[in-house]
Design a protein around this ligand. Structure first.
Ligand SMILES: [Zn+2]
Length: 105
């Protein structure tokens, strides 16, 4: 599994020491049906890059060799409208905000 995940970070490197990420950089925090929670840290300098949610179905159906390319293309740059949308979304959250989180357990 980690080998598969490593593909996701193949073209990236640590912003602190510039060393690439390998399997030791990835810690699987949780493994649920169709969802992985992984922590990425630099195996060399120890810089922690936080937690990422990975949809497993995405990983399974795609040709592994294509994944890094798709990551490079990346999401669209964040626009002003996106910021406003996010602002409204956060502003309108009420006491039920937890329901917007992925269900774990
Ligand atoms: Zn580093």
């Amino acid at each position: 599994m980690k080998k598969k995940l490593k593909v996701l970070f193949d073209n990236l490197c640590c912003s602190v020491c510039r060393s690439g990420f390998d399997e030791d950089s990835i810690t699987i925090k949780r493994q649920e049906d169709g969802l992985l929670v992984v922590n990425l840290s630099c195996a060399k300098c120890g810089k922690n890059f936080g937690v990422a949610f990975v949809g497993l179905s995405d990983l399974e159906v795609k040709d592994e060799s294509r994944i890094p390319l798709e990551i490079q293309e990346g999401p669209e740059p964040i626009t002003y409208d996106d910021v406003i949308d996010a602002h409204r979304f956060i502003r309108d959250l009420d006491e039920h905000w937890r329901e917007h989180l992925p269900k774990i357990n």
